[in-house]
Design a protein around this ligand. Structure first.
Ligand SMILES: NC(=O)c1ccc[n+]([C@@H]2O[C@H](COP(=O)([O-])OP(=O)(O)OC[C@H]3O[C@@H](n4cnc5c(N)ncnc54)[C@H](OP(=O)(O)O)[C@@H]3O)[C@@H](O)[C@H]2O)c1
Length: 333
């Protein structure tokens, strides 16, 4: 696979989002299946693996650490802090955004232990904690760089303004935010800010959480704990409207000689050399299909028709619930 620049690293143009192996879309796969997916990605040339403290409340980092430790010199490891599972007095674990310096330093120590590594190559602030000045959270992260515990810093789901403030404290290597044909928020201001400051953009949920794969015709069958249940775009009424976009989209995929998932990824790869999509999957077959998107070439005419067919105006429903929107800092359409 081609490589793209991610600060001091050259990484595969498509990374692997590891979240799905422990978290988010219903019952996660077995650890054995998680291991198969991780090793298949490594074998196929993936050199960017993305995890977080949050995913599976530590289970995802534990899995990634166990499986990939013997191959640690072959890939760039990204993880995230400032949002983690915290055990309450009643014993239940809930997700808590905490960007206080002491929390970030503690999160990172926990991540290093679970990942069985001495250094995390790219350490993101998963969410800006709006109760804490961004300068304070990034200041704590810069101490992790000084201590040799992390190599470079990133931010996730932040506005252009916050990126600039953070970058003034310590160089930001990557911004990771949702970006796909159906989520164009970074086009408002974040991509411009990243380009001005030389920051690589990592696109999460690049195949629209399965929507652009045409693998999810009936949202009423999603498990109760599937996070798409809380997303307005996947509510049955909105989803029925969104499904109407798929026949035209699939026709464009046929014209491009690729699958729908590959078209979504290829569209992102064509938005700039500074963009690295990180699809997530629990399936080796889907992984291989997704990675082949790196070879798909799209001409300007087809890119323009895609742009016109699937965008903020043609999609029904917000990407996030009101609660999830309150947790992010990004400019939203
Ligand atoms: N920074 C953040 O706040 C944040 C938030 C969300 C995600 N992320 C990162 O981004 C990564 C990817 O995002 P995501 O998983 O939310 O969204 P995504 O990659 O757009 O979509 C994942 C979904 O698409 C399905 N899928 C993928 N390839 C497929 C294919 N070829 N055919 C059919 N179905 C396919 C997967 O199902 P199967 O398992 O069946 O393949 C899964 O349900 C995560 O793993 C995580 O590392 C970061």
């Amino acid at each position: 696979m081609d490589t793209r620049k991610l600060g001091p690293f050259a990484v595969s143009s498509l990374g692997l989002g590891c979240m799905n192996l422990s978290h988010a879309y219903g019952t996660p796969p077995s650890p054995e299946q998680g291991e198969r997916v991780l090793l298949a990605a490594l074998d196929a040339g993936v050199t960017l693996f993305d995890t977080a403290s949050l995913y599976g409340f530590g289970a995802n980092e534990t899995l990634v650490g166990r499986v990939l430790k013997p191959h640690r010199d072959r890939f760039t490891l990204a993880s995230k802090g400032g949002l983690a599972g915290v055990k309450g007095d009643d014993g239940t674990v809930r997700r808590v955004i905490d960007g206080r310096p002491e929390a970030i330093l503690r999160n990172c120590e926990d991540s290093l232990r679970r990942l069985q590594t001495e250094v995390i190559d790219l350490y993101y602030l998963h969410r800006w904690d709006k109760k804490v000045p961004i300068e304070d959270s990034v200041g704590a992260m810069s101490r992790l760089v000084e201590q040799g515990k992390v190599r470079t810093l990133g931010l996730s789901e932040v506005s252009a303004n916050t990126i600039r403030k953070a970058h003034a404290v310590h160089a930001i290597t990557a911004v990771q935010t949702e970006y796909s044909l159906w989520t164009r928020n970074p086009e408002i201001a974040v991509l411009d800010a990243c380009r001005e400051l030389g920051i690589t953009f990592v696109a999460f949920s690049p195949v629209a959480r399965g929507f652009l794969c045409d693998a999810l015709p009936d949202v009423t069958t999603l498990e109760a704990k599937d996070i798409r249940k809380s997303m307005p775009r996947f509510e049955p009424a909105n989803y029925a409207g969104n499904l109407k976009l798929l026949p035209g989209y699939k026709a464009l995929a046929r014209e491009a000689g690729c699958t729908p998932a590959q078209l979504a990824l290829a569209w992102l790869l064509h938005q700039g050399q500074d963009i690295i999509p990180i699809p997530g999957t629990t399936s080796v077959a889907h992984l291989q299909e997704d990675l082949a998107a790196a070879d798909v070439k799209l001409d300007a005419g087809l890119l323009a028709r895609l742009d016109a067919d699937i965008n903020q105006q043609t999609v029904q429903g917000n990407r996030y619930s009101a609660q999830a929107r309150s947790e992010v800092d990004t400019e939203e359409f």
